[in-house]
Structure formats: structure tokens, C-alpha cells
Ligand binder design. Structure first.
Ligand code: HEC
Length: 145
């Protein structure tokens, strides 16, 4: 199990989650992208520690976890109106499966609240659980460009 977790951490695709931000005209779309960027940034702090790129720091990890939890709570509400933009990667399936979309957003909220970042091994496990919720939602609801 530990081995699997470390493999998942090594391949954690945060770096490839490119931002499509620039040139977005619809402010509602920009807002939800900003929330997602905030999610990426806070989880990135945790991922860097998990990978040993930065030294483990429980206080910094806890701040990042709290930022992640706050941003996660804004995720689903920011998609409530069906807004679009040429730059958006959001798929229409979001709004035809709204209940499932919000359930997946809720999984991230739960993962961010349940994360134990008080030690490096616990933080690594927490990263894997949170990371799975990103993938679970991007796969059906975010267009690959
Ligand atoms: C409930 C669904 C959902 C969850 C959970 C989710 N995302 Fe997203 N994410 C999306 C959708 C939909 C888009 C595309 C938004 C758009 O382009 O309008 C997106 C876009 C992004 C973007 C690109 C933002 C931009 O500026 O273009 C990043 C980065 C991102 N997500 C990171 C993450 C990370 C990291 C996690 C997990 C910690 C996560 N997301 C969890 C649905 C989700």
C-alpha cells in the first residue's frame, strides 16, 4: 500500500494541470479558474513536501490544507450558472449531471478536511486521497486540450 502511494505521488500530475486562464473574457469563468488555480497552488505546497522537493513543515502544510479546504468549498458554487468561454475546458456534462458533479466536489472538500498533515507519511497519504478527487472530476467533466 505504501509503495503504491509513493508511486502515485511520484506521478502526481499537478505540473501538467496547465492553466488556461489567459485571455478569458467571461468573468464567471475566470473566477472558477482562479478558484481551481488556488486549489492547485495549495495542493502544490503539500505535493512538493510529499515528494521531498521542499522540506516537511507541519505549520506550512496546515496553512496550505486550510486554503485548499476554503477553495474547495467555493468550487461547486462557482459552476452553478452554466457559463462558458472559448478558453473554458468545462464540459456541458457538468450541468446535465449536476448532482454527480457536486458529489465529486464534495469528495474534495471531505479529503481536504480529513487530511492529516502533522507528519510526512500522513501528508503523503492525504495527498494521494485528495489527488484522486481531482482526477475523478477532471476525467468526466474537463475537456482535454
Ligand atoms: C468537482 C469537479 C472538480 C474537482 C474535484 C477538481 N476540478 Fe479542477 N477543474 C474542473 C473543471 C470543470 C475545470 C475546467 C474549468 C474551465 O475551464 O472552465 C477544472 C480546471 C482545473 C485547472 C485549470 C484552471 C485554469 O486556469 O484553466 C486546474 C489547474 C485544476 N482544475 C486543478 C485541480 C486540482 C489540483 C484538483 C484537486 C485538488 C481539482 N482541480 C479538482 C473540475 C474539478
Amino acid at each position: 500500500m505504501k509503495h503504491l502511494a509513493l508511486t502515485l505521488i511520484a506521478t502526481f500530475p499537478l505540473a501538467t494541470m496547465a492553466l488556461a486562464h489567459d485571455g478569458v473574457l467571461n468573468p464567471a469563468v475566470k473566477t472558477r479558474m482562479d478558484i481551481m488555480a488556488n486549489i492547485k497552488e495549495s495542493l502544490g505546497v503539500i505535493a512538493d513536501m510529499a515528494k521531498g522537493k521542499t522540506p516537511f513543515d507541519a505549520a506550512k502544510a496546515e496553512t496550505a490544507r486550510q486554503t485548499l479546504a476554503i477553495a474547495s468549498a467555493k468550487l461547486a458554487p462557482s459552476f452553478e450558472a452554466q457559463e462558458t468561454d472559448p478558453k473554458s475546458e468545462a464540459l456541458p456534462a457538468i450541468w446535465s449531471n449536476w448532482g454527480d458533479f457536486t458529489a465529486k466536489a464534495n469528495d474534495l472538500i471531505l479529503a481536504s478536511h480529513g487530511m492529516d498533515v502533522s507528519s510526512l507519511p500522513a501528508l503523503q497519504d492525504g495527498l494521494v486521497s485528495a489527488g484522486q478527487t481531482c482526477r475523478a472530476c477532471h476525467k468526466p467533466y474537463r475537456e482535454k486540450k
